[in-house]
Ligand binder design. Sequence first.
Ligand code: G3P
Length: 218
Amino acid sequence: MKFFIDTADLEQIKEANDLGILNGVTTNPSLMAKVGIKGEAAVMNHYKTICELVKDGDISAEVVSTDFKEIVEEGKKLAAIHPQIIVKVPMIKDGVKAMHWFTANGIKTNCTLVFSAGQAILAAKAGAKYVSPFIGRIDDSNWDGVELIAQIANIYAIQGYETEILAASIRSSLHIVKCAEAGADVVTSPLEPILGLLKHPLTDIGLAKFLADAKSFK
Ligand code: G3P
């Protein structure tokens, strides 16, 4: 399973990248706004900086248009920033049409705002490289986000779809583990749940004992 970080914060991207386990970055307009990036030029420049920071990783850059022609024009501009850019397109009618156009024209896409298996089937049919089910937001609505990942993984395996399942809206380290178990190809997570995977009290207790015992033979 690939690890992406879900943030536009350069410090956090750098910290995850330095761990050596990072395969990419996802952003969205809310995450860009959170780090104070405003205006088209600043947004474009920020994506370029992220691409240069995470060499070889896929960097999702989201369109903010909702009309087919405008999505295509915006997506072309985003894709031209850097070869690592994946154009993130919402699961709406014009979005599906645009993803089909991008696929036919060699531009890779990430279909975002996916909350059902039916939407995931449409994303695969449109040729999206990634489909992003928002599992945390599904859990918030008292449905089971991880169950949706398992359902999509089962459908994609039966149908032979090549679209990669990118579990998004991750809220905990347990979400990451459960998504791996359910068949996600990628998980995109904020930094904290990623670092949370490191933690176990028995590791801390065991290490303290090893270090204490090591003092005796120094
Ligand atoms: O990148 C999209 C997704 O991960 C959003 O997560 O926490 O805003 O539901 P969240």
